[in-house]
Design a protein around this ligand. Structure first.
Ligand code: AMP
Ligand code: FE
Ligand code: FE
Ligand code: ZN
Length: 276
């Protein structure tokens, strides 16, 4: 029997979500979830306060992260779960991304300035705590009256292929999977539903993943079945989550995609093995 148990994909204010880590856990409890993974982009900073708080509430929080990789020239997201928090392999990869993002954000700001929409580093720095990305740039663009919404900022200027987009340097899927595994975690393909190129997905499926995100955001059942079959064929873990970002993506509520207790159990066991 499938019952909502845990949401394995959400973002806190340590990356581009609007809820603090503590608010996320309170919110998860209030919607009846028993478990959660806070999969911030390129950082595990949320766990410093979230983990002791979750423990005090008897709530099952497991380590999680969403890394961006460059796969055959395309930007892809991969998820890591259950790894040892503060493991050197994860911290090193996070440091790489921190530097990558700094250089890339500066390049995007330069393009915006040339396009007549100046945003400076100080204004951007006020928007974020740990990881700074395009949603933060979009927020400053709204404040300065250049656009009316985050979506408009992406659609017109900073989305992939738009005039102020910068790809920046990247790191391979293989290296990212290795780091997650070295830290004892499971590597999972994030939201295959969003991968437009069939060839890219085909190649990704050949990589050494442990799982695939079958249940995602508000995608319909008809789209889940394909990934469920792939997971079953490969003997991979089946994961799922909302990709909740709070007010940044107002139409996606926490818990709108989830896993049941049986799918959560192996991830929780791995997390406990690595972190106690
Ligand atoms: P970055 O990590 O800096 O490349 O920014 C990508 C992030 O921006 C994604 O993970 C999403 O959270 C967010 N994003 C992408 N497109 C949109 C959009 N149209 N509206 C709001 N957020 C978006
Ligand atoms: Fe995001
Ligand atoms: Fe993603
Ligand atoms: Zn995400």
């Amino acid at each position: 029997m499938m019952n909502p148990y845990a949401d394995l994909h959400c973002h806190s204010s340590c990356s581009d979500g609007s809820f603090t880590p503590i608010e996320l856990i309170d919110h998860a409890l209030s919607v009846g979830l028993k478990g959660l993974s806070i999969t911030d982009h390129d950082t595990s900073a949320a766990y410093q306060e979230a983990l002791p708080y979750a423990e005090s509430k008897g709530f099952k929080l497991i380590s999680g992260i969403e890394f961006s990789t460059l796969h055959k020239g395309e930007s892809v997201h991969i998820l890591g779960y259950g790894y040892k928090l503060n493991h050197r392999a994860i911290l090193d990869l996070c440091a790489f991304h921190h530097n990558r993002r700094q250089a890339r954000n500066s390049a995007i700001l330069e393009k915006l300035t040339h396009a007549g929409m100046p945003v400076n580093e100080e204004e951007l720095a006020l928007e974020s705590k740990e990881i700074t990305g395009r949603p933060h740039i979009a927020n400053v663009m709204i404040q300065k009256g250049y656009v009316d919404s985050v979506n408009e900022a992406f659609k017109k200027y900073i989305g992939e292929g738009k005039p102020c987009y910068v790809e920046g340097k990247g790191i391979s899927t293989e290296e990212s999977i290795s780091a997650i595994k070295e830290a004892g975690g499971f590597a999972v393909i994030a939201h295959p539903h969003l991968i437009k190129s069939a060839a890219l997905l085909k190649d990704l499926l050949k990589q050494d993943f442990d799982g695939i995100e079958v249940f995602y955001a508000r995608f319909p059942k008809s789209q889940e079945e394909r990934y469920l079959r792939i997971a079953q064929e490969k003997g991979w873990l089946i994961t799922g989550g909302s990709d909740f970002h709070g007010t940044v993506k107002p139409t996606i509520p926490l818990g709108c995609s989830w896993v049941d207790e049986s799918l959560f159990a192996p991830l929780y066991a791995r997390f406990k093995e690595n972190n106690s």
